[in-house]
Design a protein around this ligand. Structure first.
Ligand SMILES: *[C@@H]1O[C@H](CO)[C@@H](O)[C@H](O)[C@H]1NC(C)=O
Ligand SMILES: *[C@@H]1O[C@H](CO)[C@@H](O)[C@H](O)[C@H]1NC(C)=O
Length: 252
């Protein structure tokens, strides 16, 4: 009697040990299926999740073939690591208002005619395919003779694209923020420069800012899984932690 019970117990134990990997395989299969991954695309890896659905104020570019890494070169890109959601004050969703907002948190508009480096493209999955950055801002510049001259010190900068094609017309800004080495190093990104650049932007937005008589403060939601973590496909092989900050900017 006891022996049979013991045998049964052992049997159940052995079964459950061998059964569990099967269950988890099925579970991960379900996760992949629920993301509607088209065949032929690379598997999600390093913490990347299937596209997020039903997000408010922005639309996951990956739902329509876009991605959270821009196109800097043929093979490599920089992370789109901040979003200003369209639940923000309408003023900052327009280009002119966004410039004023960016000034309030410490960035200056790139000077006309002094555009450094190449223009990046990004695919926001809004039906416009890869499109050129709409704006580029830097932390430093010097006004000289009515024009301006860029700081030699590198510093923080960002590029921004608006998600405004008909397939995903959220109006949100998608932003790639980073920290550059000084320009004697030809505007290379610092070690950890993508995470640092993002955090600088987000900290200042969350702290609150003002410029031109307008006061602002942003709510922050952190998301993981929108892009892989690590350095795969990332420009200069600099690893990213894979986190994206979603900001809702309120006028106070
Ligand atoms: C999208 O927004 C950008 C930035 O304001 C603008 O330059 C562009 O013309 C807009 N495109 C469409 C299709 O509305
Ligand atoms: C990417 O990260 C791996 C692991 O840390 C490292 O071995 C490799 O050199 C990095 N790639 C580049 C291009 O820096």
């Amino acid at each position: 009697m006891h022996l049979i019970a013991l045998l049964l117990l052992t049997h159940t134990f052995v079964l459950s040990v061998f059964a569990s990997p099967v269950v988890s395989e099925q579970q991960s299969l379900q996760v992949i299926l629920s993301g509607h991954r088209p065949p032929g695309l690379p598997e999600y890896e390093n913490g990347e999740n299937p596209p997020a659905e039903d997000t408010e104020g922005w639309i996951d570019p990956r739902l329509n073939g876009g991605r959270f890494i821009d196109f800097t070169t043929k093979k490599f890109g920089e992370p789109l690591n901040v979003i200003i959601s369209s639940l923000s004050d309408p003023f900052v969703l327009e280009e002119e208002g966004f410039r004023i907002y960016a000034r309030s948190i410490g960035y200056f508009k790139e000077c006309l005619g002094l555009h450094y480096g190449n223009i990046h493209e990004a695919d926001l999955g809004d039906g416009l395919g890869r499109k050129e950055e709409h704006i580029l801002f830097r932390q430093h510049y010097f006004p000289i003779f009515g024009s301006c001259w860029e700081s030699l010190r590198g510093g923080h900068h960002f590029r921004a694209w608006r998600q405004n094609g008909t397939l995903a017309n959220s109006g949100a800004w998608f932003i790639g923020a980073s920290l550059e080495k000084d320009s004697s190093k030809n505007h290379k990104i610092e070690d950890d420069g993508y995470n640092l650049g993002r955090d600088w932007f987000v900290e200042r937005a969350a702290m609150g800012s003002h410029w031109s008589g307008m006061w602002w403060r942003a709510d922050v939601e952190w998301r993981t899984g929108l892009m892989p973590s690590g350095n795969k496909s990332i420009n200069h092989g600099i690893p990213v932690d894979g986190r994206v900050a979603i900001l809702t900017v309120h006028r106070l």
